[in-house]
Design a protein around this ligand. Structure first.
Ligand code: 5AD
Ligand code: SF4
Length: 449
């Protein structure tokens, strides 16, 4: 083996919670090899970009970053610049990188993250590029060491991939079909995290409600061969020392009464449901292949609100899906006024090559999409804060997550995912404390310990 002097690394993560979790694993592997994390992409000996390709602008941002690193590579030819994640599952993008960005020396995909340690060794010992991208996963990813961003909370994958094929979405193509991890693996991982100081976990999957995993005899589930998501969630809720459980993402078509019952009956399951609606128009929902309509979505929302006190409900919305008319868009606006979400993540439709929607011939002109997007933001802004006056004056539990850089105050989250800012000692970071909510500021509360 060549002597290597590489000792520092930086991982740049784009995209969702799944990628954030994968990056913790990449960091874990590098730390085990003795590398130290630093902030600067220019100075680090190893820079890994964990990419997202859900929307076009994430791809553009990646190209910006790697273009800028060319100079630091030329100054240090031993520098390793690597790219992994969803974008690398697209053959065309890999070709662009190979042809235009010669300084990128390592490329791997979402299905071979567990080979990362070997890939790094390979690239250190080779003068060539190392490119390893599989089309499909042969098995469920192995457990990797991980370096958590927060000491007290972390994500836990419960399943990988997606079978839903929403017509706008590239995820099923780049992450493959659904694979659920076993109950035993999930529970063991969480117990190890707790021994390590974790008190909050976020169960992660593209569509957690379709979880369907096996369990060994030591668990006594109902007589079915496969364990459902509510069953898994209940088992996780019973783990000693686990103060908070979150999960993401739920698909409205699969959110069951049983899930609502389980949330309601365990105080450590957070009162927050992220339930992406995407559009308020039945025509568009059908064209998106979402497999629910406005009415059934609203029924699920009502059931959640009727059963779970103080629940926070958040959503994702896409504007400008092919064929979206002014009337369809107004249906989306009226839906957000009706539901009064606690937070809305808004996206302009982005055409992804390979998806069905990209082939549709009724694409909405960009200027219309931009105008609607602006109107959507205004509508979200108008609705925000309407749900929250009921909390003002109450004392609620906050998991303290850090310090707000500007005000120097502590910031933390309520069970329902609202942020709270309050004055307190830094020592409290990582603990659950009681805070009186004194003022609502739309997206967060000001409180006092
Ligand atoms: N264009 C715009 N937004 C998209 N999303 C997924 N695919 C696209 C796309 N092609 C959004 C959806 C999803 C969120 C994670 O990203 O709203 O819920
Ligand atoms: Fe994409 Fe739909 Fe799967 Fe979510 S459920 S990852 S939007 S295909």
């Amino acid at each position: 083996m060549k002597e290597s002097n590489f000792k520092t690394y930086k991982i740049v993560t784009f995209g969702c919670q799944m990628n954030a979790r994968d990056s913790e694993k990449l960091a874990g592997v590098l730390e085990e090899k003795g590398y130290i994390e630093i902030e600067s992409e220019e100075d680090a000996d190893i820079v890994i970009f964990n990419t997202c390709t859900v929307r076009e602008n994430a791809n553009q941002r990646l190209y910006g970053h790697i273009g800028q690193l060319k100079k630091s590579y030329l100054n240090n030819k031993n520098k390793i610049i690597g790219i992994c994640g969803c974008m690398m599952q697209e053959k065309d993008e890999v070709e662009v990188i190979k042809n235009k960005y010669n300084h990128v020396r390592l490329i791997f995909g979402t299905h071979n993250i567990d080979e990362f340690g070997n890939l790094i060794d390979e690239v250190i010992n080779s003068d060539d590029k190392v490119i390893r991208v599989y089309d499909e996963s042969s098995n469920i990813e192995k457990s990797l060491p991980s370096k958590r961003v927060f000491k007290f909370k972390c994500g836990v994958n419960i399943m990988y991939g997606c079978n839903n094929f929403c017509t706008y979405c590239i995820v099923p193509y780049v992450r493959g079909r659904e694979r659920s991890r076993s109950v035993d693996d999930i529970i063991e991982e969480i117990k190890a995290d707790i021994r390590d100081g974790v008190i909050e976990v976020m169960l992660l999957g593209q569509n957690v409600n379709s979880y369907s995993g096996v369990a060994s005899d030591k668990y006594s589930f109902a007589n079915n061969e496969k364990v459902t998501f509510p069953e898994l969630l209940e088992e996780v809720a019973k783990i000693e020392g686990l103060k908070r459980i979150r999960f993401m993402t739920s698909h409205p078509k699969d959110l069951s009464d049983e899930l609502i019952r389980v949330i309601k009956s365990h105080d450590n399951i957070c009162r927050h449901i992220h339930l992406p609606v995407q559009s308020g128009s039945d025509n568009i929902l059908k064209a998106m292949n979402r497999r629910y309509d406005r009415k059934s979505y609203l029924q699920v929302i009502k059931k959640i609100r009727d059963n779970i006190d103080d629940v926070g409900i958040t959503t994702d919305i896409i504007v400008g899906f092919p064929g979206e008319t002014e009337k369809d868009f107004e249906d989306t606006l009226s839906l957000i006024n009706e539901v009064l979400y606690d937070a809305v993540f808004t996206f302009e439709y982005s055409k992804r090559t390979g998806t069905k929607a990209a082939e549709m011939d009724n694409q909405v002109p960009e200027e219309i999409v931009k105008k609607r997007f602006k109107r959507l933001l205004d509508a979200v802004e108008n609705c925000s804060g309407k749900n929250v006056e009921k909390y003002v004056g109450r004392v609620m539990e906050v998991l303290v997550e850090g310090e707000d850089k500007i005000s120097g105050k502590l910031t933390g989250r309520l069970s329902n995912n609202y942020l709270v800012h309050f004055t307190g000692d830094k020592e409290l970071i990582g603990q659950i404390v009681k805070v009186r909510l004194v003022r609502s500021c739309k997206f967060y509360f000001e409180g006092e310990l």
